[in-house]
Design a protein around this ligand. Structure first.
Ligand SMILES: C[S@@+](CC[C@H](N)C(=O)[O-])C[C@H]1O[C@@H](n2cnc3c(N)ncnc32)[C@H](O)[C@@H]1O
Length: 216
């Protein structure tokens, strides 16, 4: 994992002043979590610098509502909320990660973030403006990516979740923005175009550039 530089911008929603806000390397940021969760970071949680870039690409104006699809312990949401003027929601199916995310946000005094305990299939995307995905569903088809045995994992779930995201993104208005980090990007419908890449193509910004078939 390369060393990432993290320079948080000034944001009035930051109410506490502690190490977290001055973190500039991933391993320093990740110390905020209990060990069983921080040790998962190199493989499963987005690097600090990636979170910051993705948030800046998604939040074009104050109040932009961003959904992190499978938010883990809330790292992207926390960094997004402290470096932009967007509102961040994370949905996460694993209870222990939801608990870790909420505790971290509370301890750091970070507002403007909501963590929903549930499955992505329960969410309608109309309540959001922009979306972030870092490999949420691959663990159903790649055993090496399985975080734990706390949830059901099956190849058919990969298909179900991917299809749900595809269908929801298709219904979004033109110019909707999505950032993906790693992954096959199978969740992105054909009406979206990749307009920017970073980190050797691993991070992609997608914009809805064509009407979906459903809307034609
Ligand atoms: C690779 S981690 C990424 C975490 C976070 N987005 C980040 O970038 O740091 C993917 C997360 O998605 C969650 N996830 C997978 N499938 C999900 C589903 N169907 N609904 C909600 N969360 C899901 C997993 O539990 C895991 O925490």
């Amino acid at each position: 994992m390369p060393v990432h530089t993290y320079q948080p911008t000034q944001n009035p929603r930051i109410q506490s002043d502690n190490e977290f806000l001055h973190a500039f390397k991933d391993h320093e940021f990740d110390q905020i979590y209990p060990e069983d969760i921080s040790k998962l970071s190199p493989c499963h949680w987005s690097p600090v610098e990636v979170c910051q870039m993705a948030a800046l690409l998604l939040v074009l104006e104050p109040g932009t509502r961003v959904l992190d699809i499978g938010c883990g312990p809330g790292k992207f949401c926390a960094i997004g909320a402290t470096t932009t003027r967007g509102h961040f929601t994370g949905v996460e199916q694993r209870g222990r990660l939801v608990k870790a995310a909420r505790m971290m946000l509370q301890r750091q005094g970070i507002t403007g973030v909501e963590i929903v305990h549930g499955n992505i299939t329960e969410l309608q995307f109309g309540a959001f403006d922009a979306f972030y995905l870092f490999n949420p569903f691959e663990e159903n088809i790649l055993p090496i990516l399985q975080i734990d045995g706390d949830v059901e994992m099956e190849p058919r779930l990969y298909d179900d979740y991917t299809l749900h995201v595809q269908q929801q993104l298709e219904r979004m208005p033109m110019a909707t923005r999505v950032v993906t980090y790693f992954g096959s990007c199978a969740e992105i419908p054909e009406c979206y175009t990749c307009v920017k890449t970073a980190y050797e193509g691993m991070l992609k910004l997608w914009v809805k550039t064509h009407p979906s078939l459903e809307n034609e």
